[in-house]
Design a protein around this ligand. Structure first.
Ligand code: SF4
Length: 382
């Protein structure tokens, strides 16, 4: 498989590689259309598609033997034609703050990661959309890997079902999904949207479209394409810098679509009533936390309906960066609020197991936790 250098600003010009087709299909994660083809191939009536869809996504069955509404011969015929295998969780690292980082092994042996975050009245899952990433953000461990391949829609849905089953989450639980794991979701938009349709189908997992968010590094053509879907996930932007000079250094995508191009794309993005674009902004002491940064951030945020998440850097060994002072975080909040910008302060969860944004990386099955998380930061920031 081709591995692109994350340093090249043309990595995202071309579609990311796709996985090789499996000799035997896997029903776990298939869409209605694909399940319908399976049902037709078996010469079964059309209503079987609905039974299969409900079994997979409402009941989250993990084997054909669980489909007791189907006859034994039909279950045997299904097993002959298709596997039923959700992504295998090979590692589950629990953080002190309650988050659990999971490693998933995919059919071709590649690995991706996802994070499970339980809260009092909801559960949030952080998902991967690609193996590796082409965007090459210098602070990100995944960016170091370069792009390996897209995840299929089935592999994206599979992460959700595997985590919900692993943690025995009851079906009535409110579930939020964020595409903030490995990969740039807008670089794999077709599969992300196919997964979105499966995840929000009322006869399956029935997740609310409003509770699914894709976070982009600023891939403008992807933002424009997402804008064309009538039903789509919410949009977040990983902003992290308020000048082109700085942002281009840490996020190479900014060299192609700078802050002005990005703001124009976001201004043109059609929003529902009450919907806002989330701007994620990591605060590094002496690097991104000046009051001048705050003023520029406010000016950017006011160009379209938005809310700002300030994320104070959580220092780790070897990063070379310092967390902003609490006083400065509070000053910036006041500054933004005074300019009528909705702002909140978000603390990353899962830091002690390298499950926070920019810390997800797997290579050859080995977890590169500290080294991988530390190196790009040293490389990319002053
Ligand atoms: S921060 Fe996101 S877009 Fe940037 S390299 Fe990492 S995974 Fe890719």
């Amino acid at each position: 498989m081709t591995q692109h250098s994350p340093a090249s600003p043309t990595n995202w010009d071309a579609p990311a590689p796709e996985p090789a087709p499996r000799p035997k299909p896997n029903a776990a994660g298939l869409s209605r259309r694909e399940l319908s083809a399976l049902v037709q191939a078996l010469g079964e009536p059309a209503f079987r598609t609905r039974q299969l869809f409900e079994g997979l996504y409402r009941h989250r069955y993990e084997g054909w033997d669980r489909f007791t509404a189907l006859s034994k011969p039909l279950r045997a015929a299904l097993a002959e034609r298709a596997a039923l295998a959700w992504p295998v969780i090979t590692e589950a690292l629990a953080s002190e703050d309650g988050a659990t980082k999971h490693a998933f092994r995919l059919d071709d042996g590649q690995q991706v990661e996802g994070v499970f975050m339980p809260y009092a009245h909801r559960t949030t899952l952080c998902l991967s959309s690609q193996v590796g990433c082409a965007m090459g953000c210098t602070f990100c461990a995944t960016g170091l890997m370069g792009i390996v391949r897209n995840l299929t829609a089935a592999e994206i849905v599979g992460q959700v079902v595997a985590m919900l089953n692993h943690h025995r989450v009851p079906p009535e639980t409110r579930v939020n999904l964020v595409f903030m794991g490995m990969g740039e979701p807008l670089h794999n938009l077709d599969h992300v949207m196919e997964a979105f349709r499966i995840l929000t189908d009322p006869e399956g997992l029935a997740l609310s479209p409003r509770r699914i968010t894709v976070s982009t590094s600023g891939l403008v053509p992807g933002i424009q394409k997402l804008a064309t879907f009538a039903k789509r996930p919410r949009l977040a932007l990983s902003l992290n810098g308020t000048t082109d000079a700085y942002r281009s250094r840490i996020m190479p995508v900014n060299r192609v679509w700078n802050l002005q191009a990005l703001a124009e794309a976001l201004e043109a993005f059609p929003l529902e009533k009450g919907e806002r674009i989330t701007l994620e902004y990591v605060l590094l002491q002496g690097v991104t936390d000046s009051l001048e940064d705050g003023r520029r951030l406010a000016a950017f945020a006011r160009r379209f309906p938005s809310k700002v998440n300030l994320i104070p850097f959580n220092p780790h060994e070897g990063s070379g960066f310092v967390a902003p002072s609490e006083a400065r975080v509070s000053e910036l909040c006041d500054l933004l609020a005074a300019r009528k910008v909705t702002v909140s302060v978000r603390r990353s969860r899962g830091q002690d197991v390298a499950g926070a944004c920019g810390q997800l990386v797997r290579e050859g099955g080995r977890h590169k936790k500290k080294e991988a998380a530390a190196e790009p930061v040293r490389r990319g920031l002053p």
